[in-house]
Design a protein around this ligand. Sequence first.
Ligand code: TA6
Length: 287
Amino acid sequence: MNPSNHFEIPGSVSLQTGKGGLPLIRIESAASSAEIYYHGAHVSHFQRRNEPPLLFMSEASEFEAGKPIRGGVPIVFPWFGARDGMPMHGFARLAEWNVVTSKLLPDGSVMLHFRLPHDDMFDTDFIVTVGETLAMELSVTNTGRSDFRFESCLHTYFQIGDIHQVEIAGLKGARYLDTLVSQEFTEAEETIRFTGETDRVYQNSSAGVEIRDPVLRRIIRVRKSGSLSTVVWNPWIAKSQRMPDFGDDEYLRMLCVESGNVKENATVLKPGETSILRAEISSEVTS
Ligand code: TA6
């Protein structure tokens, strides 16, 4: 793939060669930096000045056509989870997206607009704004002549100091499916802590969450709109050992908190309708 560089902005947006020889776009804003691969329109890096990276990236991740990148923000679309004979979590994260445009905004943040190669049934756009925060917007329009049902999720991997010491706040009262035991529960705790493999799909929850990290001394906040599902995942020890593109001990330093619309919260668009899923990630350094 030899992408054109029509969108480059000197000092802010540049086309570079990333891992595996894949083309990526490097973004420098006044407050932060980021990297986005054409492969999956995959945000692989986001870091605020004078802070550790906010996104986790596995040292063992593959960077090649047909393979998902293990870390950053995989775009899950148009289905979540497994589907017979089809790629896990849909094909969007495996596709080579096109860059529509870029823009330097008055506040010093930088916007990049990606589009999934055209499909007869839908148009899919992904807009990333890199600044004090990382703002992501996945927009889907039904361009077909019948209803279009799909699942979508920004499957965000956060970098944390130690899974044993981190906690998530904001999900108390939400009902969730514990996929490890295929049972539903209601979150009774003000904060969620981790003592083993965790794979929960919180449903009908539009709430933002906080990830409180005493080791990296920061609070990560995820605010979302157009999203009723929040997925919380850590593979822990055994599953980490089974994942070839993930280090055995990397579960200690990552936590997925994913904003989307999956399972019973799947989206149904009538012809001509558009849905927009937004997630904005910010961080606050604590004492
Ligand atoms: O994060 C939820 C989840 O569905 C987990 O069950 C786990 O499979 C994870 O996604 C990673 O999926 P992947 O296909 O990227 O290995």
